[in-house]
Design a protein around this ligand. Sequence first.
Ligand SMILES: O=C(O)CCC(=O)C(=O)O
Length: 267
Amino acid sequence: MAKQLRLALLQMNIEAGFPDQNLAKLKSLLEEAMQGEVKPDVVMFPEMWNTGYALTEIEQLADPDGEATIAFLSEFSKQHGVYIVGGSIAEAKADGVYNTIYAFDREGNRIGDYSKIHLFRLMEEEKYLQAGEKQGRLVIEGEQAGMMICYDIRFPELARTLALGGAKLLFVPAEWPNPRLHHWRTLLMARAIENQMYVIACNRMGTSGETVFFGHSLVIDPWGEIVAEAGEEEGILWADIDLDLVSEVRSRIPVFEDRRPQLYFKG
Ligand SMILES: O=C(O)CCC(=O)C(=O)O
C-alpha cells in the first residue's frame, strides 16, 4: 500500500528574545494549518522558534527542561491527531542550554528528540549552547526518519549515518540566513540525492538585527526533485509525499549496495 504523507511546514518570523510573542505566532499558524478540509499528517517548525538567537540572554529565556513546550505540543498533536516535529527550541537543562527538537505522534506521545550536535561558530553558538551527543531518530507511520538542525547539513556523515540506520525522511529545522541561499539549497539537495531520501527543511524568514533570513523552506524527494519550495514570505508550505518513492529510487541506482565502506575514512 502506498504511503502518502501531507506535510505542513510553518515558515515563520521569530522575534529574538520574545518567546511569548513567538508562541502566539506559532499557535496562529498551527490553527491555520488545521483549518483546511485536508489535514496535515506532519507539521514542523523552524529552529529556535521560541527565543530566536538571543544568545546573550538565552539562559533566562530558554524553556526549563522544555516542559512548557512539551506540554503544549503534546496536547496539540493529540487534539488534532497530527505528528509534530517541533522545530527546535532553546531548552534549559541543569548543565546549560541545548537547541532541541521534540517530536510527537498522533496520540501526543513523545517519539523522539534531538539536540543540535554541530554548534555554529560563526554565530558563537559554542559560547552559549551545549552540543547534543546523540543522533536524532523517530518513526512516522512505521517508517524511520532522522532529524538534523541547520548547520548539521554541512556534515554529510551525519545524514549518511541516519540513512544507513534506515531513515527514509530527514527533517531539518533551520535559521539559515542571507547570503547563503545557494549553500542552503545545494546542501539540502545533495543530502537528498546522495542518501536517496526525502529532505524536509523548514527555515525561518524575517530579520533579526542585521541578519536577514530568506525562508525558502524546501521539500525535496529522493531523486532530488523539489516537491515544494517557499518564497521569502511568512506562511505554510504544503507538500504531499509518497514514501514508496524511496525504495523505487534506491533500486533504480543501488547506491547503498555499491558502497565500499572498508575504503572510507574512519574519522
Ligand atoms: O551553515 C550555515 O551557513 C548556517 C548555519 C546556521 O545559521 C545555524 O546553524 O544556525
